[in-house]
Design a protein around this ligand. Structure first.
Ligand code: HEC
Length: 268
């Protein structure tokens, strides 16, 4: 209870019970200070919220190739998820300022390796979804485009020979073969590529491959965002759960083999 009260300090009306407690204790000066501090914090919070939670965010068109090159190099610092995020947000911090300056970039390093090395969603897909949902906005803000653009990018990622992007200044000279993952998962995407090439996880080639995949996804994301900015974006994104009756990817057989189970269906 105590720690909960502490956490609520400064959050506008949540201060009221605490202030009453203090008045009860006869600490008039402390009570005023708290009121003042609470008021100030409340205003700052309201301001930050008005800036970050008003959608869509201001966006200026970015160059997809420049963005991809930034993402490629950022992979070597913060890996796939934060790499996509950084390549776009670092430019918008400079060209637009707030709200982009109010959001951390490096914190998203945890998306690496399909989130902390668990091989779930490829971080570059997660980074792209963060970007579209922050710039276009979440579906609670009135448009489904942010969500559906994220889904469209995952579909594109699954269907495309990756990487598509060849860096202007590659860090290694070896040819990097391309593969189709059929899946937005890190585990499957990296695994299929390693099977096709025989290169191990720590090899320079695998590392550069993932840097180029990150660059490819950043390129695709900015291409779609630019269309959206021009009012020309018509989404190809869908929500698989809506048609299969279970949250899923489309490639059922790659995990279930020929015996794909059917989820219980709601009666219509
Ligand atoms: C990335 C791998 C993967 C993909 C792709 C996948 N599944 Fe699954 N699915 C699983 C695993 C693992 C389980 C758990 C199986 C278990 O516990 O026996 C599961 C469970 C299920 C279940 C719960 C019932 C059961 O028999 O386990 C259903 C229904 C199901 N999947 C349907 C589908 C359908 C339909 C698709 C394609 C639209 C699909 N899955 C795609 C891995 C996958």
């Amino acid at each position: 209870m105590k720690s909960h009260e502490m956490k609520d300090e400064g959050q506008g009306d949540l201060n009221v019970p605490r202030r009453n407690l203090l008045v009860g204790a006869g600490a008039l000066a402390a009570g005023m200070l708290l009121t003042k501090a609470g008021g100030l914090l409340g205003t700052a919070q309201a301001k930050a919220q008005a800036i970050t939670e008003t959608w869509p965010w201001p966006y200026v068109k970015l160059d997809p190739d420049e963005t991809a090159e930034l993402a490629y190099n950022e992979w070597y610092r913060v890996y796939c998820g934060a790499g996509v995020f950084s390549s776009i947000f670092s430019q918008l911090r400079e060209k637009v300022g707030e709200p982009y300056t109010l959001i951390p970039i490096d914190a998203f390093i945890f998306l690496e390796g399909g989130m902390v090395g668990w091989g779930t969603i490829c971080g570059s897909n997660a980074g792209a979804n963060l970007v579209t949902n922050m710039i276009i906005g979440p579906r609670t803000a009135g448009s489904d485009d942010g969500m559906l653009m994220g889904s469209e990018i995952m579909q594109w990622y699954s269907d495309t020979q990756l990487p598509t992007y060849k860096p202007k200044n590659p860090r290694i000279s070896a040819e990097i073969p391309t593969t189709i993952s059929n899946s937005p998962l890190c585990h499957v995407s990296v695994g299929r590529w390693m099977k096709a090439t025989g290169k191990h996880l720590g090899s320079d080639e695998r590392r550069d491959r993932c840097a180029r995949v990150t660059a490819s996804v950043a390129h695709q994301t900015v291409t779609l965002l630019n269309q959206w900015h021009d009012g020309k974006y018509r989404t190809k994104g869908t929500i698989p759960a809506a048609s299969y009756g279970i949250q899923t990817q489309h490639n059922c057989t790659s995990c279930h083999g020929s015996n794909v189970p059917m989820p219980p269906m709601a009666k219509r």
